[in-house]
Write a protein that binds this ligand. Sequence first.
Ligand SMILES: Cc1cc2nc3c(=O)[nH]c(=O)nc-3n(C[C@H](O)[C@H](O)[C@H](O)COP(=O)(O)OP(=O)(O)OC[C@H]3O[C@@H](n4cnc5c(N)ncnc54)[C@H](O)[C@@H]3O)c2cc1C
Length: 1010
Amino acid sequence: MIPPDLDTRTRQFGREVFARLDRQGLVMFTRSWLEDKLMGLGMHDPALKVQLFRFVDTLPYLKEPREVSRHLREYLGEASDQLPWWARWGTKLIPAGGFFGRILAWQARSNAQRMARKFIAGSNVTEAVDAVHAMRTRRLAFTIDLLGEATITEVEADHVQKQYLDLLHGLTSEVNAWPEEPSIDRDDRAPIPRVNVSVKLSALFSQFDPIDPAGTTRAVCRRLRPILTLAKRTGAFVNFDMEQHSFKDVTLHIFKEILTEPEFRDWPHVGIAIQAYLKDTEADLHALLDWAKNTRKCPVWVRLVKGAYWDYETVIAAQNGWPVPVFTQKWQSDANFEALTDFLLANVDWLLPAFGSHNIRSIAHAMATAERLKVPSRRFEFQMLYGMADPVKEAIQSLGYRVRIYTPYGQLLPGMAYLVRRLLENSSNDSFLRQGFAEGFSEEVLLMNPSSHAAVALSGEHEPPVNPSANGSPKPQRANAPRSGFQNEPLADFSVEANRTAMKAALTAVRAELGSTYPIIIDNRPYGVGKTLKSVNPSRSAELIGEVGAATVDAANAAVASALKAFDGWRDTSVADRAAFLRRVADRFRSRRFELAAWIVLETGKPWRESDADVAEAIDFCVYYAAEMEKLGTPQHRDVAGEDNRYFYEPRGVAVVISPWNFPLAILTGMATAALVAGNTVILKPAEQSGVIGAKLMSCLIEAGLPPGVANFLPGDGDEIGPTLVQHPDVALIAFTGSLKVALIINAQAAVVPPGQQFVKKVIAEMGGKNAIIVDADADLDEAVKGVVDSAFGYGGQKCSAGSRAIVLDGIYDQFLARLVEATKSLTVCAAEEPGCSLGPVIDGESRDRILKFIETGKREARLAHHTDLGALAEQGFFVGPTIFSDVPENASIAQDEIFGPVLSVIRAKDLDDALRIANGTRYALTGGCYSRSPVHLEQVKRRFRVGNLYINRKCTGALVDRQPFGGFKLSGIGSKAGGPDYLLQFLLPRTVTENQMRRGFAPETGVGE
Ligand SMILES: Cc1cc2nc3c(=O)[nH]c(=O)nc-3n(C[C@H](O)[C@H](O)[C@H](O)COP(=O)(O)OP(=O)(O)OC[C@H]3O[C@@H](n4cnc5c(N)ncnc54)[C@H](O)[C@@H]3O)c2cc1C
């Protein structure tokens, strides 16, 4: 609670600032056509604003005037419902090409450039020096920020480091020679560095990932250390910017680690940005204070900001089902900013504050608090962004405070993302600048104590409007998107330390259990066969994971007999009880979450995140199919007078579930629980390579109360027991996921009706894919390269959804390929249990040899663009270095056959039609993707790229139950999508019962069935 006198003084300061500035024409709501449209029209129309900003973002990629016109027309066309009549009319007049087209393109570009220049000080060091010199004449200090593309390759990370070193060299020699300007070159005690640079740590390591704080810290520090050494030597200041929430802890960790090193420990000219919109910032500041005071024993600066990623944080949290890390009401961020201001000013001896805000209330509060605590006005400083709120800067400076300008410089292309962020921020409904200078809110309202919003909200008088999106972009959950009621199990957030610790502990615990033997289980009892299959860790092939009973034909027959015996009872168990059983299985998975993930890591060489996702998906299948079966379990009535008609489902009988090793828990669970909840009894046949995880599933089923015989665990060699199971006259259904070859054999064998079999078997098969991602000429390369790398090399390309073909349009082909190769080189190939692993081993020696053979074929068919050399890893486990072939002919075998390994074919396409033809030109139709920023192209792709799961502007793997039901057609699958509304129907037989209710001319009322 702010004391009344402090609040009064805050308002006085605020009014003083207002008195010194002209609120007319402030900020950037000015002249030019594009800006007027963006800021004026767009500001009141979020959908249109999004379209206009998307256009600006794409603009630098558009080389031809024709392309500029086309994109403008397409973007405005998409928002045409929201456009006023004159703008709709104007859209039609946008010239496609010719002289007027060229003029339009030139105008659009130069307007965007001019707009960017408002926020970006220059495109090279010389221009940046000119800009800071101009600011200096206005007695404004600076901090320079280097704009850049996302760092997705190690070459780019090296380049960023070099740019910082060059910048420090270039700036310090120049700036330190300028005459002193005491108002900005000194604080109240001594000179302070004139040169001040801001660094984003994620730019210094391409694999920056909070899942691996130690590896990330090592790699970042390696590049950061020379920058800090040079800064210290040349008397410059370095500030660490803060990025998204998931990076916060590792950023703080690096800050503390490196600044405790002997070389930097007594160096006071360093700082870090801290975001007040985060709920956990107060605790972070306390920890930072403790560290500065008691460990480092030397002060650091803290740049207090509200935070620039509000929309991102809320969307990511909603998408993943994670807690929202930011406050969701603007006043809460403002109030927290004030509370943290108080904390900083109270601890100014250790945490020197720089207040980064354009909000006059926030600024005035800092002034009033400093005055109250008697902190000299030059001991701290205010910071603002280049190109924003210039009169506010001057007003504050004229009151005797030091103002530092955050000054980005860099090329226009990477700068556009920064520009769009600034435009979004400025035009957001809640923005102080917009409210103060475009909407003309009164000074009293603008200077209101943020906590008074809380008081109003608590009294229930007036709930401050919850702004769905600070920047006015569409909310992730749209009003018109019906929800199924199903919620995906949230993935573990490995930026959270507790989750990393739990995973490490689980790996240790599981390691202690390696080497055990897991029997076949029939009737819930071990069934001894004597023979076993050995399962080894693909990351370390000498490490035995366990031995699993290897079923014989006799065991297979015993399993079928047991399942058949249990069938009647399970069929007649109520749907509610069967669904409850699945939910109990889900609970078992939840309670053994990290343990199961650890088994997956060790037995199948899957990295942490993907192993955890495997368990989460298994949980999803249980919960989703339970709910779906409850829907199907209610009979449908079509009664008429005197006649009751009941339509209902019953199970088919004994189901054999044959699953692959690549989703060892999820797919086995998905197929088995679908069969079980539908009332079938099941034989679980896991892949030979993942039998231990199959045994873990079986133990979860038993723990959840599985009646004997309802599911039997039958690991073994597919060649030995497969035909017995598939051809058995008592087996009604086979659910299979695996290769096309085996699926076709199963399908053929199942089609034969042996003597004694009184039905035709049902086969559900999910097979392979040769999935393509189209990269359009206007694609965002940061996103496209990363998306293709993730799709192609995630889990070593061993997913049927993996993207194994990149079909790239001519205009962007060379640029894309160069970055793709560098990004692939930058991947960390290592054992899957290492948290920083981007690419682990392939499943076994046979698989490795087959993939290597394909690579040899590829060398004959195309150009080898990259193949990562494995060094000693090659001996340690079943590793294959990620491999890229370029200029691959569309009909080459590496472009047509499923390789199931880390091999990517890059194919050149003339235009979108060509790309679509190539993309559709295989016998598979499973997943596909497209990166494009052309709304019209995307519409065409959605219509014409004929695959089961199509992903636009994201990777083509990682389907979620219910959100993206998964499965394909052509030779990719027989049956309907797993995790979708039609899946269970395949495990059921529909029946109709008609009862004549008429007896001697008398009938009860209709519709009385249950
Ligand atoms: C010098 C400088 C350096 C900066 N460095 C960083 C940095 O390293 N990292 C970083 O993230 N940002 C940084 N920023 C950006 C800064 O976070 C934004 O400029 C700031 O959010 C704008 O705040 P304001 O006080 O000027 O404006 P205001 O208009 O008072 O505040 C806007 C802010 O409020 C928050 N907000 C909006 N809607 C809501 C809502 N519904 N619920 C809760 N909160 C909401 C958002 O954070 C939004 O940005 C920096 C800014 C400056 C001036």
